[in-house]
Design a binder for this molecule. Sequence first.
Ligand SMILES: N[C@H](CCC[C@H](N)C(=O)O)C(=O)O
Length: 286
Amino acid sequence: MKNITFEKYQGNGNDFVVIDSRGNDLYKNYKTNKIFDIKQICNRQFGIGADGVIFIEEPKEDNYAKMIIFNSDGSEAQMCGNGIRCLVEYLHLNDSMNNKNIEYKIETKAGLKIAKYINDEITVKMGVPILECQNIPTTIEKKINSIPSHEFIEKDFNNMGYAVGMGNPHLIFFVKDIESIILSRLGPILEKNELFPEKTNVHFCQILNRDNIKVKVWERGAGPTLACGTGACAIHVAAYKLGLCNSQTIVTLPGGNLKIDWSKDDCEVMMTGNAKKVFSGSMLVN
Ligand SMILES: N[C@H](CCC[C@H](N)C(=O)O)C(=O)O
């Protein structure tokens, strides 16, 4: 057994255990010998408690660092919008640079992402979105219709969903009354379906006005979370393509607001939000 240090961060309440694996073999040892169990670490009763674990690795190219992100169920994801802001805040607080004017070039499974401080918030170039399909085949309709109506949600929920890729998959529904959505009922049903062989993140959105979208999030591999950065980007893209919002919106999540800027198909989505250190700690691993 040995003691390793970690730091806990959160972005709009979406929280992560950050493990710096630069200059040591922590990530390699995790991958080869499972020196700890991510589910246990993320467990909010018996572990540290988090929506996921982020390893920081040395970059492959001439970039600042590499981000590897795991959901709380232990599944690896391609990208994490709140997580990359937490990683940048970690780098800013721990690296000697301590310079808020640099561009942080971070390698991820969804490609290179560039982040920069603007005042006390962090803006990330989140990549060019992929509009995967305009509506949901009958498989999902059948699943939704299989729920007894008394357990169901608002009356006018029409299973017209939108799939948008931000390096990771997102299934988006626009509803008239978001408070009527029973996330715990619909999230698990929609997270796993044939349209998404690797499962998907699920979002229910209410357009408050052309500058503001209110959201409830069910994350792949994590369940209900307070915020999803890649999800906020995907939601803005779907709403803009449907003519429901302006080119810049505030996406209001249960854990706080994210500012999203996007209007041209071949452009990167820009996401701006906070990231805060919660505490440092250490844990015994095998
Ligand atoms: N659950 C996501 C990964 C975390 C994304 C989310 N926390 C964000 O801020 O983008 C997935 O499996 O694709």
